[in-house]
Design a protein around this ligand. Structure first.
Ligand code: FMN
Length: 198
């Protein structure tokens, strides 16, 4: 069984929901399993360490999760057109993997959620790719052979899955957004299985 890491940060739940659909897509591929992990919030006051285990939801990611999995789906809410600090903070702790080239050649995909339609989905997705490219990861997007990319009236981009959560962050995923999350997970898993050493 090949494991694919679904690593995300979510403050209000939208990206967490997307991540579950990506995981569902991964698990539709025979021989692939999703390992879902999150990261703790960060604070400007750093004297106190947070709890080692979250109260609810996915466990916190460890560096070993990245090393052990054959691919990565990375999810973040958009924060001023960019990824959220807790996820960036975690990625900034991956130098040891980078030095060894541990992620080089592994496939990766990205997903995000915004409150507004034109609030920076593409900029967030593209900027999330930058550290992954530094690690030598192979980026997997969504091709237009996925019909929902053309029909969607909200989220869904060729750069990765996305969702428009609304000003109150309470809008459910549309059918198109949900299908594109699943398609991204499925595509990532298929490519992981093709590339992973036998
Ligand atoms: C500090 C901060 C910055 C944000 N910046 C943006 C933004 O640039 N564009 C946007 O559309 N939404 C922005 N949002 C809204 C979130 O991206 C949106 O609510 C997202 O769906 C939250 O995902 P989550 O439910 O997984 O936490 C921002 C939210 C916060 C707290």
């Amino acid at each position: 069984m090949k494991e694919i890491l679904v690593l995300y940060y979510s403050r209000y739940g939208a990206v967490a929901q997307m991540a579950r659909h990506v995981a569902r897509g991964i698990e539709q591929v025979a021989g692939a399993a999703a390992r879902i992990r999150t990261v703790p919030p960060v604070s400007a006051v750093c004297e106190a360490a947070g709890k080692a285990v979250p109260d609810t939801g996915a466990p916190y990611a460890e560096i070993a999760d990245l090393a052990e999995c054959c691919g990565l789906a990375l999810g973040s809410p958009t924060r001023f057109g960019n990824m959220a600090a807790p996820l960036k903070h975690f990625l900034d702790s991956t130098s040891a993997l980078w030095l060894k080239g541990a992620l080089a050649g592994k496939p990766a995909a990205v997903l995000t959620s915004t409150s507004s339609m034109h609030g920076g989905q593409e900029t967030t997705l593209l900027s999330m790719m930058l550290p992954l490219l530094h690690h030598g990861m192979l980026l997997v997007g969504l091709p237009y052979t996925e019909a929902e990319l053309t029909t969607t009236a909200s989220g869904g981009t060729p750069y990765g899955a996305s969702h428009v959560a609304g000003a109150a962050s309470d809008r459910a995923l549309t059918e198109d957004e949900r299908k594109l999350c699943t398609a991204l997970g499925r595509r990532l898993a298929e490519i992981c299985l093709r590339l992973a050493p036998k």
